[in-house]
Design a binder for this molecule. Structure first.
Ligand code: PGA
Length: 262
């Protein structure tokens, strides 16, 4: 993990109103403070729905919380007639650091292709937002044993026209679709196989320093009970956490994985 600060990102998905967000975030901050959380050892990030972001910004900035935040999606366009969409500039104004791009639920329910994912990632980078680019295979691909080839192809598509210099400002999240929200976590070995292949692909597309700089997360049923074994793998730099991030106490534990027993 040489030089890469671990990143724990809580993807709230379509949960928690802006009122609920206040309570969740305050509880997360208190729990972290109670345990002398050290942001240099792992970064704590929440990814609420768009409607919560202004509230989250007010709380994080007002109370100087050691928590960063971001959005779950962004438009690939600058502005204009795109009803319902949210631009990168709007997210920058709300103090966002991160944006999830190409989550499997967006690929599945909104037909997002590798081209769209790539356009969104480039839009983020142009506006100094860090894209968390999601990739990962479905159950049929896993059963056929094609998970590495499938996921690496998604990575290549997502990184098209993105320069090596961006790799330190970009995150790739490997989320096998069959492990999302199912309680069925990939084994640390399965997760490492694909995360290692992703890093090797970045080395091949660019160079060794670029592959050492990029942070690669695992996502899919991550909990306080399985994070330590996942983080022990050399190419896993953190986690994209769905369900467990809605419980501030559990998410605080995941963030402080280094204090948990093996
Ligand atoms: P999960 O979701 O932790 O609930 O499996 C992960 C994700 O979709 O980012």
């Amino acid at each position: 993990m040489a030089g890469r600060v671990p990143l724990m990102a809580g993807n709230w998905k379509m949960n928690l109103s802006h009122i609920d967000a206040l309570g969740c975030l305050q509880k997360l901050a208190w729990t972290l403070a109670d345990h002398h959380y050290d942001a240099a050892r792992s970064e704590c990030v929440v990814l609420p729905p768009f409607t919560d972001l202004r509230t989250v910004q007010t709380l994080v900035e007002g109370d100087r919380l050691p928590i960063r935040y971001g959005a779950q999606d962004v438009s690939p366009h600058d502005d204009g007639a795109y009803t319902g969409d949210i631009s990168a500039d709007m997210l920058v104004k709300l103090g966002c650091t991160y944006v999830v791009v190409g989550h499997s639920e967006r690929r599945q329910y909104h037909g997002e292709t590798d081209e769209i994912v790539n356009a969104k990632a480039r839009r983020c980078l142009a506006k100094n937002l860090v894209p968390i680019i999601c990739v990962g295979e479905g159950l049929d691909v896993r059963k056929a044993g094609d998970q590495v080839a499938y996921t690496v192809a998604q990575v290549r598509g997502a990184l098209a026209q993105i320069p090596a210099s961006a790799m330190a400002d970009l995150v790739i999240a490997y989320e096998p679709v069959w492990a999302i929200g199912t309680g069925e976590v990939a084994t640390p070995e399965d997760a490492q196989e694909v995360c290692g292949a992703i890093r090797a692909t970045v080395a091949e597309l660019y160079d060794a320093p670029a592959s050492e700089a990029v942070r690669i997360l695992y996502g899919g049923s991550v909990k306080a009970g399985n994070i330590v074994a996942l983080m022990a793998k050399p190419d896993i730099d953190g986690a994209l956490v769905g369900g467990a991030s809605l419980n501030p106490e559990e998410f605080a534990m995941i963030t402080r994985y280094y204090d948990l027993p093996m």
